[in-house]
Every structure is written in structure tokens, then in C-alpha cells.
Design a protein around this ligand. Structure first.
Ligand code: FAD
Length: 267
């Protein structure tokens, strides 16, 4: 058994603004008095642009710019942080769906992945295939209570070692090493995994839009959530807050309970 110290997340992709395209659009509608803020992330500028496009609220009404302004609007909120604060307060979260963040979660268990994939709205997943990847070296993360209890820790380790040996013994029984037929290998590998522990370490790539990430962070860092998903969701929350401080401006870490709390819980 290979011991996992802690599951880990890697941010591997995020939405990028095509500034030239946005600039061309703004010029074509009559050059309103608004441009992306150079001190703000692409994603936050994109979300602001989505909101302003909806209401033609790039600037106050100007009859010389009929396609860019709205006769109903005599003043506008300036500044990305203020603008997004109002979006969050009003619960107009659909514009947050234009921005995606993709993570690889490494050394996570199938307990974790079963829970994560229950989040469907705005999410995409690619999970390590245990039909293709044969298990002969089990990595395993032991939850805190068992880690701190020598008898329980020993029980975890001996059962995982036993199951790891079982994988190797099944491979021998079926002489899988001698087979060159990949379909047969896949069939056997899939059968062997039934005797693997649900806590074994694996990987999943997950993409979510920011509206969904806010929801998942709130639900999965809550004290009611399971230990491992709380750790991973906490790591994702930190990355989100650092990347997009304006979108996550109402999310604060509550140290005592280890929870990330939102002022506007469901936008
Ligand atoms: C502490 C905790 C304990 C749990 N215990 C259990 C358990 O015992 N058994 C179990 O099966 N699951 C359990 N779950 C999983 C839970 O029931 C959800 O399936 C999971 O958290 C996904 O969240 P979601 O339903 O908000 O879906 P998401 O896909 O994250 O959806 C986000 C939001 O979109 C809306 N939405 C999504 N899909 C639909 C739809 N089809 N129709 C209408 N609106 C939709 C809802 O408003 C939803 O909240 C638990 C979750 C937590 C956090």
C-alpha cells in the first residue's frame, strides 16, 4: 500500500477573454464608454460584459448611441467589484455560467468521486478508468480518526495490503501478463477491480462554471459534508478566491469550523 498524505487539486484550465472580439463588438454597437478593466481578470470582465449587454448598461443613455445605451438608464454602477457585488446580491447568477475552471483532483478516493459526480448542473467529468488501468499498487488515504488510532490504522493498512495482494493473485490466476488481447485484459481488469477498496486513490478531471463551483463549495465545505470532500472543496475554494476575488468577494473562510461561507448562498 502506498500512503497518501492528502488529496491534491491542480487548476489546469480557465476561461480566457478574447479582448479583440469584445473590442470589435463594442465598436460595432457605437463605442460605449466602457472597456474591460486591465486590473481585473478576464473572467470577471467577461461576466461584467455579459451583465451590461443584457441591460445595455455600459454607460448612461446617450441618444447618439442607440444600440449601446438604454433610455431607461440615467446612471450606471462603475467598477467591476461593485458591479459584481450587485449581481451577487440580486441573485443574477446565470452570468457566472460563462466562466469555467478545470481541476485535476489527484489521490482522491472513489468515495470522493461518487460524491462529486452527483453535482450535475454546469459540470463535466473525466475519471480514471479502472477497466483499463489495472490495479497492482494501491494508494490509500486514511481518514483522520483512523490515522490517529494505532489499532484502526493497522487494520486499514492490513486490509488494503490484503486487497492489493488479491489484485496481484487474480492477475496470476488469469495469467493476464501473457495476454496480448486488450479486450480480454479490459474484461479481466474490470472483474479484478470489484475486489478493490472504495477508498483507493485515483484521479478525476472536473470542469465547472463559477455558479456551480460556488454551490459545490458551499455544500461540500459544510461541517455536514464528508471529511475528504471537505478537504478537496476547501482547496478548490482557495484557488477560486485567489483567481477571482470579485466573484468570490462574499465568500469567507470560517477557521473554527473549516467552512467557506457565502453571504449570498445561492445566486
Ligand atoms: C451533507 C450531504 C449529505 C448527502 N447525503 C446524501 C445521501 O444520503 N444520499 C444521496 O443520495 N445523496 C446525498 N447527498 C447528495 C445530494 O443529495 C446531492 O445529490 C448532491 O449534493 C448534488 O447537489 P445538487 O442536487 O444541488 O445538484 P447540482 O447538480 O449541484 O445542482 C445544483 C442546483 O441546480 C438545481 N438542479 C440540478 N439538477 C436539477 C434537476 N434535475 N431538477 C431541478 N433542479 C435541479 C438545484 O437547485 C440544485 O441545487 C448528500 C450531499 C451532502 C452535501
Amino acid at each position: 500500500m502506498r500512503s497518501i498524505e492528502e488529496p491534491k487539486v491542480y487548476l489546469v484550465a480557465k476561461t480566457q477573454l478574447v479582448r479583440e472580439g469584445l473590442e470589435n463588438y463594442l465598436n460595432d454597437i457605437g463605442n460605449p464608454d466602457w472597456r474591460p478593466d486591465v486590473d481585473v481578470s478576464d473572467a470577471e470582465n467577461l461576466i461584467e460584459a455579459a451583465g451590461r449587454m443584457c441591460y445595455r448598461s455600459w454607460q448612461p443613455y446617450d441618444p447618439s448611441k442607440p444600440e449601446a445605451t438604454n433610455p431607461n438608464i440615467s446612471q450606471v454602477r462603475r467598477g467591476n467589484e461593485r458591479y459584481i457585488a450587485n449581481v451577487l446580491k440580486s441573485g443574477h447568477g446565470s452570468i457566472l455560467e460563462h466562466v469555467n475552471m478545470t481541476f485535476i483532483c489527484r489521490n482522491v478516493s472513489r468515495v470522493f468521486t461518487h460524491e462529486l459526480v452527483r453535482h450535475r448542473a454546469g459540470m463535466a467529468y473525466s475519471q480514471e478508468s479502472l477497466r483499463y488501468v489495472r490495479l497492482d499498487d494501491l494508494s490509500f488515504w486514511i481518514p483522520e480518526a483512523a490515522r490517529n488510532n494505532p489499532a484502526a490504522k493497522e487494520k486499514f493498512e492490513s486490509v488494503v495490503d490484503f486487497l492489493e495482494n488479491t489484485q496481484k493473485e487474480l492477475a496470476e490466476i488469469f495469467s493476464i501478463h501473457d495476454s496480448s488481447d486488450f479486450t480480454e485484459k479490459k474484461h479481466l481488469t474490470s472483474m479484478f477491480r470489484r475486489l478493490a477498496p472504495i477508498g483507493l486513490g485515483t484521479s478525476i478531471m472536473v470542469t465547472g462554471n463559477l455558479r456551480s463551483w460556488r454551490h459545490i463549495i458551499a455544500m461540500r465545505t459544510s461541517p455536514a459534508a464528508e471529511e475528504e470532500i471537505r478537504i478537496v472543496a476547501g482547496q478548490i475554494a482557495e484557488v477560486c478566491k485567489q483567481a477571482y476575488p470579485n466573484i468570490f468577494q462574499d465568500m469567507e473562510f470560517e477557521g473554527e469550523s473549516g467552512t467557506w461561507r457565502f453571504t449570498h448562498s445561492k445566486v
